[in-house]
Write a protein that binds this ligand. Structure first.
Ligand SMILES: Cc1cc2nc3c(=O)[nH]c(=O)nc-3n(C[C@H](O)[C@H](O)[C@H](O)COP(=O)(O)O)c2cc1C
Length: 207
């Protein structure tokens, strides 16, 4: 079949499958700071977009608190949501009143960052301290504003639980058990197994 977005057969596909077709999507579990209050929320329009320098981005549908605070403070922290933290991650998506802590709401604790002021999720085995390089509003093909806002951050500090480093000096991603978002609101997956393929041009495995 073929359809143009917005003109699909809504009897066959009552719900837009766009997000089910680009899956899984890693989750940006983003902590930000506003005044003294720490904010935490998940964003699945999230990804690493560059490794030299290391950069990540998340996209906010409307200028939500995380984007607002990251834009204002020029920093945020990405925390890795693991399978063990999935319930807590989900709880932090609740629309709490500003100033009410998602950390307390989800039974999580904060740990200090080293370079930025924003704390991280103590229970998460990986966190990236990020400085905002750009915030931009997406425009559509006609140049019209979408009220979708992308925040890009350069990773300036990495927290990593060393117990996830294997005897080859590589991070064991399957042991980390990162969760990721699939198509519809309640669908997730977990990375708990890897398969390997050699690159045809003999690129070393650690690249
Ligand atoms: C797994 C998951 C992924 C989400 N991804 C996004 C996203 O990519 N963009 C977005 O605007 N909201 C997303 N949300 C909803 C926000 O987390 C939610 O609106 C939250 O209250 C925003 O909090 P904030 O205003 O403190 O930033 C997601 C929710 C969940 C549970």
């Amino acid at each position: 079949m073929f359809y143009e977005p917005g003109a699909r057969d809504t009897e066959l596909l009552p719900h837009d499958p766009f997000k089910a077709l680009v899956a899984p999507r890693p989750i940006g579990w983003v902590s930000t700071l506003s005044g003294g209050a720490v904010n935490l929320a998940p964003y699945s329009f999230f990804n690493a977009i560059c490794d030299r320098p290391p950069m990540v981005m998340f996209s906010s549908s409307g200028m939500k608190d995380s984007a607002t605070f990251a834009h204002a403070t020029r920093e945020f922290v990405w925390n890795l949501p693991t399978y063990a933290l999935s319930e807590a991650m989900n709880l932090t998506s609740a629309a709490l009143p500003r100033g009410e802590s998602e950390f307390a709401h989800a039974g999580l604790s904060t740990a200090p960052s080293r370079i930025v002021d924003t704390p991280r999720v103590a229970e998460s085995p990986v966190a990236f301290e990020c400085r905002v390089t750009q915030t931009l509003e997406l425009v559509d093909v006609d140049g019209a504003a979408t009220n979708r806002h992308v925040v890009i951050g350069q990773v300036v500090g990495v927290h990593l639980d060393e117990s996830f480093i294997d005897d080859r000096g590589q991070v064991d991603t399957a042991a980390l058990a990162p969760i990721a978002r699939c198509g519809y609101t309640d669908e997730y997956t977990v990375v708990d197994a890897l398969f390997r393929m050699k690159r045809p041009d003999d690129v070393p495995s650690w690249r």
